[in-house]
Design a protein around this ligand. Structure first.
Ligand code: ZN
Length: 175
């Protein structure tokens, strides 16, 4: 199961239907406790985990994320409803993980994109039926980050939380 915006079938070289994909802006997962219950991503997670019994969930972030950039720069709402603004406010805990920096710099945005993946992984564990299956070793959570321009995939190392290229020789935090 993959939560993200970019085309995971292509990145993971999977057949159509092999992956259960949930796309949303900025690959966000709501915290279970703060969830009002009308969220399609949470419903898809419940279906994937409890009905399809997926064994892996990948939170797939990506470079040059427009949602992340908009959140970091606090641009004016797109419309009076501003669903995007409210949705992107879910990224606030990720922002709080970061040291201060130039919010417009590519380096800061990249750190925020990676922190967003981390935040979604944390939030996945707030769902009791995900946490239980992870603790029993029946379900595995993964973080990944796709460099849209470079075509390179970075994978989060659970040992230290760092994102590294699939080929071990490449340096981290580069795409
Ligand atoms: Zn994005």
């Amino acid at each position: 199961m993959v939560v993200g915006r970019v085309s995971p079938e292509v990145i993971f070289d999977a057949s159509p239907g092999e992956l259960f994909v949930v796309r949303n802006i900025a690959n966000l997962v709501l915290n279970y406790e703060l969830n009002a219950g009308y969220d399609g991503t949470s419903a898809a997670l419940e279906f994937g985990v409890n009905a399809l019994r997926v064994k892996h969930i990948v939170v797939l972030g990506h470079a040059d994320c427009g949602g992340v950039r908009a959140f970091a720069s606090e641009v004016a709402p797109l419309s009076s409803n501003d669903f995007i603004g409210r949705w992107m406010s879910l990224l606030s805990p990720a922002m709080q993980r970061l040291d201060a920096g130039d919010r417009a710099s590519p380096e800061f945005l990249r750190r925020l994109e990676l922190a967003g993946v981390e935040n979604s992984l944390d939030n996945l564990l707030t769902y009791p039926w995900i946490r239980g299956q992870v603790q029993r070793g029946e379900l595995h959570l993964h973080g990944a980050y796709f460099g849209v321009a470079s075509g390179r995939l970075l994978v989060r190392d659970p040992a230290d939380g760092k994102f590294r290229a699939m080929d071990a020789s490449a340096s981290e935090h580069r795409d």
